[in-house]
Design a protein around this ligand. Structure first.
Ligand code: SF4
Length: 356
């Protein structure tokens, strides 16, 4: 590996920071085959912060209705071919309870942007989950909402919120998310953080028109925003969408980006997302080796999984039972941690509150 690359990687490992031209250089020069040193630094960083622990989140996809029309997503409102479903609060609670009994201590409630679930309904549900599953962290991933709704759900006990910003490029965002506003998206993220949620941002890898310069900006945005969690994944365009004939994003580039994110944000909670597993059946193992430390198995009822069709042929791996997940994680040299797996900033806040 050339000296300049080695020097930049060592600097990134040491300082958790690089300037944009330096990041751009790495993005242009490093291929998956030449990323050994990058992955080694990323693993070292993750071991320093999280040891070899891998946190599990039980993902409940409770509604596939969505008011939006993103150009790549099978749940977009204009896709009339997807069979829509909604789980009622009792059914969502049943998923959470069985995940709790299996040992999960984080549940992620995910849906399209579906206004069917009013703030009062979700707040009641969160309170019930907290009562029936003591110690369970509740993460929401339900899209954009007014600040009052976010606040209400936080007051009801929600701990975390995932809202991928999708891309930091206003041009690309507004091209592929008709009717949506980039500034508003970023404002929602800011508000979630201000309210007190452990907040997750993230972007799509491989949107048509996304250059390495845009990816460098994605990384710098994450560094500056400093989220608790980052979820990234390669684009997999659903055939029934305007991007249906476009190529998928590169899963190899996604591993490189995971490693760069680990180095820029050593403490971040970094999942290997479903899209990675869909394009690479060893996605978990390769993602963990690149510095990721979270996996999110889907625990929604079997009849819903097929219908939560963000893209086609979602990986069945993400429906694996715990013993199989444990086997794979351990074989890859890591260990499952079934605790809540809160972010470092949250833990620091709680310990300051206790001592103050
Ligand atoms: S990406 Fe999210 S907001 Fe966009 S259509 Fe799909 S579910 Fe809806």
């Amino acid at each position: 590996m050339e000296k300049k690359l080695e020097g930049l990687l060592a600097k990134l490992y040491r300082n958790s920071h690089l300037e944009k031209p330096e990041l751009l250089y790495l993005l242009e020069k490093i291929t998956y085959q030449r990323a050994g040193l990058l992955f080694a630094y990323a693993r070292k960083t993750r071991v320093k912060t999280y040891k070899r622990r891998v946190y599990l989140r039980a993902l409940v996809e409770f509604s596939n209705h969505c008011r939006n029309n993103c150009w790549y997503c099978g749940l977009r409102r204009d896709n009339k071919k997807v069979a829509r479903y909604r789980l009622l609060p009792e059914a969502i609670l049943a998923c959470c309870s069985s995940a709790y009994q299996a040992g999960y201590r984080t549940v992620v409630l995910q849906s399209g942007e579906d206004e069917f679930y009013a703030a009062t309904v979700l707040a009641d549900l969160i309170q019930t989950i907290k009562k029936e599953c003591p110690g369970m962290a509740v993460t929401l991933s339900t899209g954009e909402a007014p600040r009052e709704k976010y606040y209400r759900l936080y007051r009801a006990g929600a701990d975390r919120f995932l809202l991928r910003h999708e891309t930091i490029s206003t041009d690309l965002y507004e091209r592929y998310h008709p009717g949506m506003n980039h500034e508003q998206r970023l404002q929602c993220l800011k508000e979630l953080k201000e309210i007190g949620y452990q907040t997750g941002a993230g972007f799509i890898v491989g949107l048509p028109g996304q250059t390495d310069a845009v990816l460098a900006e994605e990384l710098l945005f994450l560094k500056e925003f400093d989220p608790d969690m980052v979820g990234i994944g390669p684009l997999i365009p659903h055939p029934e969408t305007p991007l249906g004939n476009s190529s998928a994003g590169s899963v190899e580039k996604t591993f490189i980006l995971l490693a760069l994110i680990r180095l820029l944000l050593p403490e971040v909670l970094l999942p290997v997302t479903t899209a990675v597993n869909t394009l690479d059946r060893h996605g978990w193992e390769k993602g963990l080796a690149a510095g990721a430390n979270v996996i999110m198995p889907v625990v929604s009822p079997a009849e819903c999984r097929r219908k939560y069709e963000i893209y086609k042929d979602k990986s069945g791996v993400d429906y694996a039972a715990l013993p199989e997940i444990k086997r794979r994680v351990e074989k890859a040299g890591f260990e499952l941690d079934m605790s809540r797996g809160d972010s470092y900033s949250y833990k620091r806040l709680r310990s300051a509150e206790r001592s103050g």
